[in-house]
Design a protein. Structure first.
Length: 225
């Protein structure tokens, strides 16, 4: 977790200012459409507000939109720790935003002055940063342990009477369609209540099952044209 302070402006700070944790996530359904979500919590892990929706835009814009909505949802000047695993969002907040602010969110392109990418949202972020004291953290997870082969059947050595045993889900009854011998049930694990722990667990699970985010192909580009 890499914290980056982005409160470069003189933001009024008070000993009684509220402190929040803001978790921003997004996912893509297509190259130009997906969903965004933010979860706002108090420092003791109590949920304050959670919201999300589907919208047009790439993954970077959707994550930025989650950050905009989350910051704008906070009432009054506060101290906010913003978490995301989108490098574009965190690096732009810490490195690019000061430069964009100085140039009024435009840059010169072949002799023409045009808006920087997602300038409409970055202007709203900049306004929020003049109200709140924000610390941005980039969070990422990677599997570092080797994958273990899963065995569905365990066959024990033959016993003295010549029989062998196996542990699996059991055969199905051809009439009822139900398993003749019910499979052992796994103990249910309670999900954490706070979004940070839920997000970290879900992030680790998605990397293990999907190997990261979806990669779009040339066929996807052709379909979106």
């Amino acid at each position: 977790m890499l914290p980056v302070s982005i409160a470069e402006q003189d933001v009024p700070q008070s000993a009684h200012a509220s402190e929040y944790l803001l978790v921003c996530t997004a996912s893509s359904f297509a190259i130009d459409r997906g969903s965004w979500n933010f979860s706002l919590e108090s420092v003791d892990g109590q949920s304050v507000l959670e919201a999300g929706d589907e919208d047009l835009g790439d993954l970077n814009r959707l994550t930025l939109l989650a950050a905009v909505r989350g910051l704008e949802a906070i009432d009054g000047a506060s101290v906010v720790t913003l978490l995301s695993h989108n490098r574009y969002l965190i690096r732009s907040l810490s490195d690019s935003l000061p430069r964009w602010r100085e140039n009024n969110f435009v840059w010169e392109h072949f002799g023409r002055r045009i808006d920087v990418q997602h300038a409409d949202l970055w202007r709203r972020v900049d306004t929020a940063l003049s109200i709140h004291c924000v610390e941005a953290c980039l969070v990422s997870s990677r599997r570092v342990s080797p994958m273990m082969a899963q065995q569905s059947t365990i066959v024990q050595p033959p016993s003295n009477d010549g029989t062998s045993w196996r542990i699996d889900a059991g055969h199905q009854d051809h009439v009822s369609g139900k398993a003749a011998i019910p499979a052992p049930k796994r103990a249910s694990t309670a999900r954490p209540k706070d979004s940070l722990r839920r997000w970290l667990l879900d992030s680790a699970t998605s990397h293990a099952t999907r190997g990261g985010g979806r990669r779009f192909t040339a066929a996807d580009l052709a379909e979106s044209a």
